[in-house]
Design a protein around this ligand. Structure first.
Ligand code: ZN
Length: 105
């Protein structure tokens, strides 16, 4: 179970701030457990400095054919997750619904 943690730090709120603060952010897959460090500067060039990685996840782009989710983590001593409790519950609901639909087919 995910442990309830404090608020997400201000220095990872947007790409501009994260780059200025030298933040290290990586996407870790829920299924294959592989990770990829996010190139914050390249991402900013594409999406703009006000873009935030908080509460973002995407289908696994690390391992071909993997059905998992790549979820954002940031380093503060150890890696901490970059999503809040509310989003965690929403993601779990979505995954549970999907699982149920798959089983009913
Ligand atoms: Zn994966």
């Amino acid at each position: 179970m995910a442990k309830r943690s404090g608020a997400i730090k201000s220095w990872v709120q947007t790409l501009d701030v994260a780059i200025a603060e030298g933040a290290e952010i990586r996407m870790i897959c829920t299924t294959c457990k592989q990770y990829r460090d996010v190139d914050l500067v390249a991402l900013r060039a594409k999406l703009g400095g006000s873009y935030s990685l908080i509460n973002r996840r995407c289908r696994c782009r690390i391992t071909p054919g993997c059905e998992g989710w790549n979820q954002p983590w940031y380093r503060e001593g150890v890696y901490r997750h970059l999503w809040d409790e509310e989003t965690n519950e929403r993601w779990m609901r979505i995954d549970w619904e999907r699982q149920r639909h798959v089983k009913n087919k």
